[in-house]
Write a protein that binds this ligand. Structure first.
Ligand SMILES: [Zn+2]
Length: 219
């Protein structure tokens, strides 16, 4: 969740890049060196045609700006196959532990805090009505209520994200339980469904699943 929040906040000051998701790999491959995303490019290298993925910063500003490696599309696709198969091959007990860990981490949700805020909010709203009825100044109280409402909104957002994350975990769990054989070829829809991000390094890829499992695949 933290990873995703950082991804969308653009707190590194970079303008957010938005690309069409024509390819499942679009905008999920990121450069480990500069944080930018990888872009799909048709490449003609000494007459040899190939499809490669390259760091946008490197494409736009040259190797002095970022010396991230260029990756063949086939290698990237095979990496997702390897990662999914690695998950499938992990002994079921290992997977159970992993899933349990994630669920335990999530169990500590903000339901208690929300309940408290709701109680305080309703008390303060009653007070405000009394003050207004008595024609007394209630601006301070109104400000307090506004702040509480903002806080409640933040908590609701976190709650929704947590629930979304739980759903991702259940989906992956279901897939792993039902799948009876390993993938033999690249599956675009599976990448869209289960993979959140692929970080590109010189010597490895880190494949981050939406369910919160990260796997390193050597290059
Ligand atoms: Zn880069």
């Amino acid at each position: 969740m933290v990873r995703r929040a950082n991804l969308f906040s653009g707190e590194d000051g970079k303008k957010k890049r938005v690309y069409s998701s024509k390819y499942a790999l679009s905008s999920i491959c990121t450069c480990s060196k500069c944080g930018d995303i990888y872009r799909r490019i048709s490449w003609n290298n000494r007459g040899k045609h190939s499809i490669v993925w390259r760091c946008c910063t490197r494409v736009e500003n040259g190797p002095a700006a970022c010396d991230a490696p260029t990756v063949q599309e086939t290698e990237l696709q095979q990496t997702t196959v390897k990662a999914i198969n690695l998950l499938l091959r992990s002994s079921s007990s290992m997977l159970d532990i992993l899933m349990q860990n994630i669920e335990t981490a999530l169990a500590d949700d903000n339901a208690g805090e929300l309940k408290k805020i709701n109680a305080v909010l309703s008390e303060k709203q009653k007070e405000l009505v009394k003050l207004a009825y008595a024609k007394k100044d209630y601006t301070t109280l109104a400000d307090e209520i506004d702040l509480l409402r903002d806080k409640k909104q933040d908590l609701l957002v976190v709650k929704a994200e947590t629930e979304g994350f739980k759903k991702r975990i259940k989906e992956l769990e279901g897939f792993l339980k039902e799948a009876n054989q390993e993938l033999t070829e690249y599956d675009e829809s599976m990448v869209r469904k289960y993979i959140d991000k692929i970080q590109v390094y010189e010597d490895k890829f880190t494949v981050c699943f939406k369910a919160g499992v990260d796997l390193d695949i050597e290059r």
